[in-house]
Design a protein around this ligand. Sequence first.
Ligand SMILES: Nc1nc2c(c(=O)[nH]1)N[C@H]1C(S)=C(S)[C@@H](COP(=O)(O)OP(=O)(O)OC[C@H]3O[C@@H](n4cnc5c(N)ncnc54)[C@H](O)[C@@H]3O)O[C@H]1N2
Ligand code: MOO
Ligand code: MG
Length: 402
Amino acid sequence: MSDAKKPALTPLDDALATLLAQVQPLADVETLPTTAARGRVLSADLVSPVDVPPADNSAMDGYALRAADVERELPVTQRIPAGSLPQPLAVGEAARIFTGAQVPPGADTVVMQEHTELVEGRVRVTQPVRVGQHVRLRGEDVRAGSVVLPAGTRLDAVALGLAATAGAAELTVARRPRVALFSTGDELVMPGEPLPPGAIYNSNRFTLRALLEGLGCEVIDLGIVPDKLDATRAALREAASKADVIVTSGGVSVGEEDHLKPAVQAEGQLDLWAIAIKPGKPFAYGRVGAAHFIGLPGNPVSSLVTFLVLVRPFLLKLQGAARLAPRGYLIPAGFDWPKPDKRREFLRVRLDEASGLALFGNQSSGVLTSAFWADGLLDNPAGHAFAKGDAVRFVPFSELLA
Ligand SMILES: Nc1nc2c(c(=O)[nH]1)N[C@H]1C(S)=C(S)[C@@H](COP(=O)(O)OP(=O)(O)OC[C@H]3O[C@@H](n4cnc5c(N)ncnc54)[C@H](O)[C@@H]3O)O[C@H]1N2
Ligand code: MOO
Ligand SMILES: [Mg+2]
């Protein structure tokens, strides 16, 4: 193809806007045990019916007392382990108390046992105290009636813990998106099989499956589809009959062996093709029947990067997630980048505390080791040169692979 005939590449932000405009959150929800909801998106606000903590309680093993009484030697009149109900504390008394135990009515302060002396059942405080010290107040974490997790929360470990602290045994989440996945390429063989001359192992299937499962999707794995137009069309029809979204890898560029574009045009419509990013230029989006079609480039790093920057926010929006964009951070570059690409680049870099971002030597889109080595992606605007020490945008994999 001559330069004159080259289609304009769509900027990434425009491509993302097009994708997000095409997707509405799934209407169907399901209620799951909290233990089974990791990675899913909450579809209604979770309101706590209880205060957390439910009562004032001790942050230390020690003695509960009135701060006004600390100058005196106090008789220890009760023992309060966690989980037991205390008796009211009279003036001039102390209670033996343990971390997490309810502070007795009448006491306003806890003294840790290291700051006391116990002589014949009477306790003497040996250090100055502050009124209210070591008392964790009822409702200081969560107030009854407040929203602990808003609709659209992605349920990670901390969110699940917070749901449980509010007593939620079940959570209502968006149903799993059904995603049909297939890889194209006559050179592909599955791990575990012998590798004939000319062949390579299919890695994208594993990367993409893991990414999809991590985002709460039900993966309909259609395996490897041969580089033939008819086979590609048949695979698209099958995928569209089973899934909300079709994700493919490979066969989306310009060679005669790349059949996805014509197959999608024959079975549905192609809305977007080729974006101004490196790696990942020949990304495709369209529709086949009622299903969304997303064609990722075959090169393993290209399919990974395009998934992370385009498909991930798309699948999160499909589930009603509130936050679609990953957080990026300005970090000093540890290297010069004098010859930027005309496309927006996503460089595989590692975070080095002393020198800033370090670059993996081989940035080829076929080199998956670069992504394994890296801590994240340096998101460099199109045509932007920078020098060592300049602040650049770093998006950690911890943001993208979660
Ligand atoms: N004449 C041009 N050729 C290419 C262009 C171009 O603009 N003009 N773009 C290049 C870019 S950039 C990319 S990215 C690739 C994308 O190609 P396809 O999406 O058509 O993918 P394939 O040709 O099928 O494969 C590319 C590459 O990746 C390997 N591959 C494919 N699938 C897998 C898999 N499941 N696991 C592991 N590796 C896979 C495949 O063997 C090829 O080496 O096109 C350039 N060409
Ligand atoms: O877009 Mo390709 O991914 O540069 O190799
Ligand atoms: Mg190709």
